[in-house]
Design a protein around this ligand. Structure first.
Ligand code: ATP
Ligand code: MG
Length: 454
């Protein structure tokens, strides 16, 4: 007998064992799912990446259940191009790994298989059940946050642990139908983000769902259903328990998805902005930072639209600029040199920010450079300006200067000069530099030894 033929039997045994040890919660009472047959929905296999199709088909041929789930189904039903394809199956991670040599198992909280096809990674998750209090394989902390949930289950279990109804639709490769337990298709039609289950409980289980609600609502142009929107205000503090590394991942998804401006505003409206960026309160969200930040967000969105690269360092530079400048001025007032003041102020604000959101060092280093270069762009002399122009971060620092200039008309002439400096040929550049000599570069004799900082 060939191995695949034994698999259904093995699964049967596993289920019986689960039942005996009480490790798995019995499937909750739920209405039968609505099935949209192949000709009742718009998803066609041609829209699914060939890598995802390969995984679905091989799992199916191996005797397993295999469904596309999550954003892939949601976006295809909306006529949008999915960012990636997630697959749910009743094969165990080890079984997935055996079927795909190009796979590896990852994750502690969720054990998943990643199947790699060139640059494309298909995430394959085994159906999981909701946790049971006190059970050994799934645990929550005192506040109800899920610490681990590796209790395997069936599709009937799996659906209830998903976050939003529109994220809980399954496209079944066995008959190409869409399976909907939770009214997700209807919510897609209405444009509503609705949490599955009791919103308070679901936010307590995983507070990142609040950020996800905002991210998807903005990206899809949906409303967050009142039942899911109202409890955000009182549960916002739960984000403080989330690891700073996970918050950085979410920050990137919120701000580098092409809707940074709207995401920022929605976070602010729901009171979550200061949970991610506590220093933005110190800086005063309605002051200068506000407009500088807004322009940085707009700049990020425009760059993404134009297919240009973006770095979180730029946004972080804008978000923390006011706080850094305030701290810097205070130190200068206490008699410290501008150079040292900026270095210390930067350390202070960056370390406070990274305690909340773990922005990797390579980005915070770039943020520092963008800041330090500001005064070097301002104080022009032939030698110094040539060096600044050749600096690896010149372009980012110049873009930042342009953002600042929108608030500060005194910087207009400076911006024009640097814009022209980049546009002209080398001869003309030399002329521009020698012109500076006559003007003494705009830097007072008294401050000459102060270093390069503002
Ligand atoms: P996109 O990939 O477009 O950002 P997505 O909905 O696919 O959106 P993923 O983070 O890829 O989001 O997650 C895939 C699916 O896993 C979700 O659609 C949802 O069903 C489930 N999921 C992800 N994160 C959570 C969570 N924190 N709580 C509950 N379910 C989740
Ligand atoms: Mg996804």
């Amino acid at each position: 007998m060939k191995w695949p033929a034994l698999r259904p039997f093995a699964r049967q045994v596993r289920r019986v064992c689960d039942g005996l040890t009480g490790m798995k919660k019995p499937a909750p009472e739920f209405p039968a799912p609505r099935r949209y047959a192949r000709d009742e929905h718009t998803i066609s296999r041609r829209q699914i990446s060939s890598a995802a199709l390969k995984v679905l088909n091989r799992l199916h041929e191996g005797g397993f259940r295999a469904c596309l789930v999550g954003g892939g189904v949601r976006d295809l039903l909306l006529g949008r191009e999915p960012k990636d394809f997630d697959i749910a199956t009743d094969a165990l991670p080890e079984e997935v790994h055996k079927l795909f040599r190009n796979s590896r198992l990852i994750g502690r909280r969720f054990r998943l298989a990643h199947v790699r096809f060139g640059p494309e990674i298909i995430e394959v998750a085994t159906f999981r059940a909701a946790h049971v209090a006190g059970d050994g394989a799934a645990r929550t902390n005192d506040e109800g946050r899920i610490l681990r949930d590796n209790v395997y289950g069936t599709i009937d279990d799996d659906v209830w642990r998903r976050d939003f109804t529109v994220n809980a639709l399954y496209y079944d490769i066995a008959d190409f139908s869409v399976i909907d337990y939770v009214g997700g298709v209807e919510d897609l039609e209405k444009g509503v983000m609705r949490l599955i289950g009791d919103p308070d409980v679901r936010y307590r289980e995983d507070p990142v769902r609040m950020l996800r609600a905002i991210r998807f609502a903005v990206k899809l142009g949906f409303q967050i259903d009142k039942s899911a929107a109202t409890p955000i205000a009182k549960n916002g503090h739960l984000l403080e328990e989330i690891s700073s590394a996970r918050l950085f991942d979410e920050m990137l998804k919120l701000f580098h998805g092409g809707c940074a401006q709207e995401s920022f505003e929605a976070l602010d409206r729901h009171g979550l902005l200061t949970r991610l960026f506590p220093l933005s309160t110190l800086a005063g969200t309605n002051g200068g930072t506000d407009s500088l930040v807004r322009r940085a967000l707009e700049n990020t969105d425009n760059r993404i639209r134009q297919g240009k690269s973006v770095t979180p360092a730029f946004l972080v530079a804008a978000l923390l600029w006011d706080a850094a400048m305030k701290a810097c001025k205070k130190l200068e007032k206490d008699g410290m040199s501008p150079h040292d003041s900026l270095a210390i102020a930067a350390d202070e604000v960056i370390s406070r920010q990274t305690a909340r959101v773990a922005i990797p060092r390579r980005f915070t280093q770039m943020t520092r450079e963008i800041w330090t270069l500001q005064s070097r762009l301002e104080r022009r002399t032939p030698a110094r300006s040539r060096k600044v122009y050749e600096h690896a971060r010149f372009r980012a620092a110049y873009d930042f200067l342009l953002l600042r200039a929108a608030d500060d008309t005194r910087l207009a002439e400076l911006c024009d000069w640097w814009t022209r400096f980049q546009e002209v040929d080398e001869n003309e550049r030399e002329t521009m530099l020698s012109g500076l000599k006559k003007n003494s570069g705009g830097r007072s004799r008294r401050r000459r030894r102060d270093g390069d900082a503002a």
